[in-house]
Design a protein around this ligand. Structure first.
Ligand code: GDP
Ligand code: MG
Length: 166
């Protein structure tokens, strides 16, 4: 079985970091600067007889007026075309207009979407996470909602299991 998994989200939420963590190598450039990933980057992971193709996409940009943003949006959108499942990454920190724009795109796609709430290592008060996750869960019918830290690897194995289950 071979699945095609797109990792999508606005710039800087940790898409490339997650991809590298899942694949166990530095395939995709990560950076504090947004727009470091300009093209689709593919990585294949074979495990227990299953194979998943992960696609790290450029961030989807709200400002589609600039040529570079248009180009990157096109790359991100075309990554959704042949996909079996989507990992939608957001930052635990806040929900922005750009997150909303990505969400609406995903709602239109009708693909199964796993919401990955990233950078949980930055949360001091872990109690605050639960109501936040509940709020995020209500935004659409996600297949799963998984809090994780791509940088430190927390819960990334759980995310992979959920991906392979489908
Ligand atoms: P992308 O634009 O969505 O591909 O985001 P990147 O993977 O390039 O990450 C953007 C920034 O967030 C980088 O400085 C990463 O080191 C940082 N980052 C990514 N994941 C985590 C995380 O789980 N925890 C923390 N603290 N920082 C993270
Ligand atoms: Mg990136």
């Amino acid at each position: 079985r071979c699945g095609y998994v797109a990792i999508v989200g606005r710039p800087n939420v940790g898409k490339s970091t997650l991809m590298n963590r899942i694949l166990g190598q530095k395939l995709s450039i990560t950076s504090r600067r947004p727009q470091t990933t300009r093209h689709q980057i593919l990585g294949i992971k074979t495990e227990q007889g299953t194979q998943a193709i992960y696609v790290d996409t450029p961030g989807l940009h709200k400002d589609g007026g600039k040529a570079i943003n248009r180009y990157m949006n096109r790359a991100a959108s075309s990554a959704l075309r042949d996909v079996d499942i989507v990992i939608f990454i957001v930052d635990r920190d806040r929900w922005t207009d750009e997150d909303q724009a990505v969400l609406e795109k995903l709602q239109h796609s009708r693909l199964p979407v796993i919401l990955a709430v990233n950078k949980t290592d930055r949360i001091d008060d872990k109690q605050s996470l639960l109501p936040q996750l509940e709020q995020l869960s209500e935004k659409m019918a996600f297949a799963e909602v998984i809090p994780l830290s791509a940088k430190h690897g927390h819960n990334v194995d759980l995310l992979e299991q959920q991906v392979l289950k489908r």
